[in-house]
Design a protein around this ligand. Structure first.
Ligand code: AMP
Length: 215
């Protein structure tokens, strides 16, 4: 199963990708996660990427295409993969097509998660992650322990730098301008399926599975 999860920041791509990893035993390829790892490691690529990420902008196409190209060549991607947060621009989508052609692979489906803008801002501003175990929480929908620490390991919680309100607004603008047009791109390829991303996590998961069964 070779899938792209498309949708604005906060649409639930990461959450749904994690459930699909369990269901299909295929890897999640999150460019956001890979870039954050590079930022933490303070590699030259991470230092460059951080400037764009902190401003809510996009990391240059050549950088993200390079990391995805390398990742897709790993053996664990033979059976399938879930692309989460990639592609985000038309040149990225064109490059992905080229890379998959070189690897003799084809996409099965592009799932576009539909979520209202107000819900997106609420989801993103309330998002917190445990610095120790990496578990994600939401201050309103999945609260941490009462003292504000991780319910699982007691670790400290942190907010992603780019989940602050000013940055979120820029991320939304960038999404509308550069990523939303990919819906038409994949519709023309006959791969796009839209799924209502507003409901409960498991309800959205079931809708995705149903959509994938039809493709
Ligand atoms: P995400 O975790 O997917 O929300 O990504 C966080 C940030 O990483 C984005 O706001 C971008 O700055 C950067 N990023 C992630 N994926 C891409 C991509 N495909 N192209 C460019 N920048 C990206």
């Amino acid at each position: 199963m070779k899938i792209i999860l498309l949708g604005p920041p906060g649409a639930g791509k990461g959450t749904q990708a994690a459930l699909l990893v369990e269901k299909y035993s295929i890897p999640q390829i999150s460019t956001g996660d890979m870039l954050r790892t590079a930022v933490q490691a303070q590699s030259p690529m991470g230092i460059e990427a951080k400037k764009h990420m902190d401003a809510g902008g996009l990391v240059p196409d050549s950088v993200v295409v390079g990391i995805v190209r390398e990742r897709l060549q790993n053996d664990d991607c033979q059976k399938g993969f879930i692309l989460d947060g990639f592609p985000r621009t038309r040149p990225q989508a064109d490059s992905l097509k080229q890379v998959l052609k070189e690897l003799g692979q084809e996409l099965d489906s592009v799932i576009s998660l539909q979520v209202d803008i107000d819900a997106l801002v609420e989801r993103l501003t309330g998002r917190r992650t445990c610095v120790d175990c990496g578990k994600g929480f939401h201050l309103r929908f999945d609260p941490p322990a009462q003292d504000g620490t991780c319910r699982f390991c007691g670790g400290e919680l942190s907010q992603r730098d780019d989940d602050r309100e000013e940055t979120i607004r820029n991320r939304m603008k960038v999404y509308q301008q550069q990523t939303a047009p990919l819906e038409d791109y994949y519709r023309e390829e006959g791969l796009l399926v839209t799924v209502d991303g507003m409901g409960e996590i498991l309800k959205v998961h079931r809708a995705i599975i149903e959509a994938l069964q039809d493709c």
